[in-house]
Design a binder for this molecule. Structure first.
Ligand code: NAD
Ligand code: MLT
Length: 527
């Protein structure tokens, strides 16, 4: 049974996805203070939030059972992603469900600003029939500058064109060709700031975008420009905006978000030329249903061992690509687990070679599984797909992926090689059509072993009678051999024997084998 905490208000249509699942229990406790959340979090396997709850490092470090944090919405700046990744907690969001609502809200704010609707409305409600005070400006033929042309920025661009505005946009991923196709102008940030009559920001809030619209940016802008922020407080430097509004450089600003939320007595709100809403961009019935349903499905997917659709701290894998590579995840993990048992020294470098059918697929998720298998011996269940590469880096283990054309006769072949101070060890595996995973090479020995169950690897001398002696010794410990694979370097030289046995053999039960002078090393493992 998995326990899920809902810490912010989330639409019931989404929560029904959880309530109707018999494998989860749901606790809805919104508005917990940080110390309350910190003390309750160890009980839970999943945490669902919107933007109110700050999921800080200290909360994450207390969350000993937490596997997933779901954000019903786009922005994850309220979640410490580094802390989540380091602790192997996947973070998922719902990036698509509120795009329309946020774009529509942006357009509503642009119109409200241009036609002074909130100011006129307020005056009228106060019994003042004011007309000359509320003369507005048209949008037609004005230039809208968009900073950040992602999902919402793009939707805003199309809507602005519908208003017959010219659109110029800056986004590091925007090309001139794409801008042409969209019928908008491509600009660098500076061009956008200089040419636009209205500037709307739609970037995430990150180190690089914090205060990206500050005093220098305002200096570049046209006089009487309008500023809109329906993305995140902090992208615009609020002090600089206040000064620019007070001096008349900026004619008006529409703000849905501020650096500190909730906000009440902000100095920007005292200015009559500021139109503001309390972070309502995604507050529509449709958007809240969409994001809640999307995030709840992803939480269930993760808890039940399926791949999530919208990971934030793991690269997303499209479903057609996933169906191609998912069968290799288990093989990769088993190769890692197998190899690390043969390696007593600390791994310094890991090379993973992909060939045959594996040479032209997306290999990063397969690599993560191999590294997870390698690290599990020493780090246990703490390591998972989310943090495997991070933990390897922390341990100074460099990971290299290589695509090769050498298939050694297999349609697909994956080799994991570990370098330590005492040398290089490697293991190769393949997926056999209809028969599943096989280990086909251990160092330079050819074998054919299913990577599962109780396995004993014996390095020995290729001499007559060794196999018989070993069989008898194992029998004395009531260990029955299920399968046996043998290969040797040369006649009478070094050899390997890989046994699968019917029950787990303790290393000490195998100690007796080491007393045979023909045996160099014995390793037991459970895969
Ligand atoms: P998105 O990831 O689809 O788009 C963000 C775009 O910003 C990307 O194309 C990215 O390349 C671009 N970008 C990143 N750094 C940039 C930089 N330095 N300069 C210019 N562009 C840069 O995100 P989205 O879904 O479009 O959301 C945009 C913003 O809106 C986010 O901050 C999100 O949190 C916020 N949001 C607010 C509300 C609300 O209620 N007000 C609702 C939804 C989303
Ligand atoms: C988002 O990033 O999705 C919005 O800020 C909406 C919300 O607060 O949920």
């Amino acid at each position: 049974m998995f326990h899920i905490l809902i810490a912010d208000p989330i639409s019931d249509e989404g929560l029904d996805v959880l309530y109707t699942n018999e494998n989860v229990t749901v606790v809805k406790d919104t508005g917990l203070k940080p110390d309350e959340l910190e003390s309750r979090i160890p009980e839970f396997d999943a945490l669902l939030v919107r933007s109110q709850t700050k999921v800080t490092r200290s909360i994450i470090e207390k969350a000993e059972n937490l596997k997933i944090i779901g954000r019903a919405g786009v922005g994850v700046d309220n979640i410490d992603l580094d802390a989540a990744t380091e602790n192997g907690i996947i973070v998922v969001n719902a990036p698509n469900g509120n795009t329309n609502s946020a774009a529509e809200h942006t357009m509503a704010m642009i119109m409200a600003l241009s036609r002074k609707i909130p100011q006129a409305h307020l005056a009228l409600k106060n019994g003042k029939w004011e007309r000359s005070e509320h003369v507005g400006v048209e949008l037609k033929n004005k230039t809208l500058g968009i900073v950040g042309l992602g999902r919402i920025g793009t939707e805003v661009a199309y809507r602005a064109k519908g208003q017959r505005m010219n659109v110029i946009a800056y986004d590091p991923f925007l090309t001139e060709e794409k801008a042409d196709t969209m019928g908008i102008e491509y600009g660098e940030l500076e061009n956008v700031l200089k040419e636009a009559d209205y500037i709307t920001v739609h970037t995430p809030l990150m180190k690089e975008t914090r205060h990206m619209i500050g005093p220098e940016a305002f200096d570049l802008m046209k006089n009487s420009v309008y500023i809109i922020n329906c993305a995140r407080g902090g992208i615009i430097d609020e002090d600089a905006l206040y000064d620019a509004l007070s001096s008349g450089k900026v004619a008006g600003a529409a703000i849905d978000v501020l650096e500190e939320e909730p906000f009440q007595d902000h100095k920007l709100l005292e200015l009559p030329q500021v139109v503001a809403t309390p972070h309502l961009g995604a507050s529509t019935v449709e958007a809240q249903e969409n994001v809640a349903i999307d995030v709840c499905h992803d939480v269930l997917r993760h808890l039940t061992g399926d791949m999530v659709k919208n990971p934030v701290n793991l690269p997303a894998v499209p479903s057609d690509v996933l169906s191609q590579i998912e069968p290799y995840f288990n093989l990769a993990e088993k190769l890692g687990m197998f190899l690390i048992r043969l390696t007593d020294d600390v791994p310094e470098e890991v090379n993973i070679y992909y060939s045959g059918a594996l040479s032209d697929v997306k290999i990063a998720p397969i690599t993560r599984n191999a590294v997870k298998g390698l690290l599990q011996r020493h780090l246990g269940s703490r390591v998972n797909d989310v943090n495997a590469l991070y933990l390897a880096e922390k341990k100074d283990i460099s990971i290299h992926e290589n695509r090769t054309s050498t298939t050694k006769g297999f349609t697909n072949l994956m080799t994991v090689e570990v370098k330590t101070k005492s040398g290089v060890r490697s293991v190769s595996g393949t997926l056999l059509n209809g028969l599943g995973a096989r280990i086909v090479r251990v160092d330079h020995y050819s074998v054919d072993v299913m990577p599962e169950g109780h396995i004993v690897i014996i390095h020995h001398k290729d001499l007559p009678g060794v196999i018989g002696k070993m069989g008898s010794l194992l029998a004395e410990h009531d260990i029955n051999i299920a399968t046996m694979q043998v290969d040797r370097s040369n006649i009478g030289g070094d050899a390997i024997m890989i046994l699968t046995i019917d029950k787990y053999a303790e290393q000490q039960e195998l100690e007796a084998l080491k007393e045979l002078e023909e045996i160099n090393a014995v390793t037991a493992m459970d895969l």
